[in-house]
Design a protein around this ligand. Structure first.
Ligand code: KG4
Ligand code: ZN
Length: 337
């Protein structure tokens, strides 16, 4: 089954053709990052406009690269939640028009389910049940993946997401948006023990809290500026990365051991982080866990992951009609449309 998938939930307009949920036939991602960089973050109105301008060309390119026309695909999948509402609506309306003009099924896909499914494109042997650490710009979840379409969220952030913690700390340190990758790179030259940063306690031991870390970094930078002191930016980056990654890894692994799970995965933009990948790999080795890390190229937003999850949603009978709407927020475990 060949699915044409569309993703427009944030600042990437993407389209892909995916076969049987596991094989990427083509994948095109048009990023808007350079424009949003000017403002230090994603400007929703600009994001919607750029999606409108590029979606048609991006979909055509994905079909062309697959050597197909729209008549050759078996269904159209689209990210319909969660995300920036104006941005999501561009993809949803385009997909609706396409699916109904072709008389093909329309498959709504939850963006975070898509991030998790990116792993299916890299690991033919991976199948549920397993536990997944989802770390993106907007979400940080510890998830039990019970089946391809059943998810239980065990822990979540109570304030900022892991990606936001990277990006806001990076911004305070003078790095451009999105700062996660800059912290990742700078930390390679730094001493992670040089700066002590807070790891807050949460009521639910599997929840995350990152806003105190960002405040601590902002305060460190301001204090240094006022005293005319030079901060060791590489070491501060290494300390930020170590603190975030330890919080993520420690809580994830204690949830994994509480559930007695032996198979684990990671997903989302922050899963590209070198420190997090090293920590998870080491912990999995020590505990005899089977670990699946998405290739870095599939960690960030793309449409191939939407095509992968779309296949399993279709198999579970989850299709929509022309009344499909987009939603800015939606629980991963309780998808409704
Ligand atoms: O999953 P994603 O592409 O978009 C959302 O669905 O939010 O995640 C984007 C986030 C950004 O916060 C970005 O800084 C972060 O992923 N990110 C990283 C790295 N690459 C991307 N964070 C840390 N280290 C990286 N190497
Ligand atoms: Zn995402």
């Amino acid at each position: 089954m060949d699915i044409l998938a569309i993703e427009s939930s944030c600042d990437e307009t993407a389209a892909a053709v995916v076969r049987d949920g596991r094989e990427i036939i083509s994948s095109v991602v048009a990023t808007q990052i350079e424009e949003h960089k000017l403002y230090g973050g994603v400007v929703p109105e600009i994001a919607s406009r750029r999606h409108c301008e590029s979606i048609s060309a991006v979909v055509s390119e994905a079909l062309e690269k697959a050597g197909m026309t729209s008549a050759d695909v078996d269904a159209v999948a689209v990210t319909f939640a969660p995300g920036l509402i104006g941005a999501l609506l561009v993809g949803v309306n385009f997909a609706k028009g396409l699916a109904f003009s072709l008389n093909k099924p329309l498959i709504p896909v939850h963006h975070i389910r898509g991030h998790i499914a990116a792993n299916y494109l890299a690991y033919p042997e991976l199948s549920p049940p397993y536990m997944c650490l989802v770390v993106s710009g907007g979400h940080s979840h510890i998830v039990e993946v019970k089946s391809y379409t059943e998810f239980e969220v065990i822990g979540r952030t109570i304030d900022d997401a892991a990606g936001e913690a990277f990006d806001k700390s990076a911004r305070a340190m003078g790095f451009p948006y999105p700062g996660g990758i800059y912290i990742d790179n700078a930390s390679k030259q730094g001493d992670a023990s040089k700066y002590k940063l807070p790891k807050p306690h949460t009521q639910n031991p599997y929840d995350f809290s990152f806003s105190g870390l960002k405040t601590a970094v902002v305060n460190l930078v301001h204090n240094a500026e006022q005293k005319g002191e030079q901060l060791d930016i590489n070491s501060l980056a290494a300390s930020v990365q170590k603190t975030i990654c330890e919080m993520l890894t420690d809580k994830f692994l204690s949830a994994v051991s509480e559930r007695g799970c032996k198979k684990i995965a990671a997903a989302g933009g922050v899963a590209a982080n070198g420190g997090l990948r090293d920590m998870l790999t080491k912990a999995a080795d020590e505990r005899g866990l089977e670990l699946f890390l998405p290739p870095k190229s599939l960690c960030g937003d793309n449409a191939a992951m939407v095509g992968a999850q779309g296949y399993y949603e279709f198999m579970a009978g989850h299709t929509a009609d022309e009344s499909l709407n987009a939603y800015a927020t939606m629980n991963l475990g309780k998808v409704v449309y």
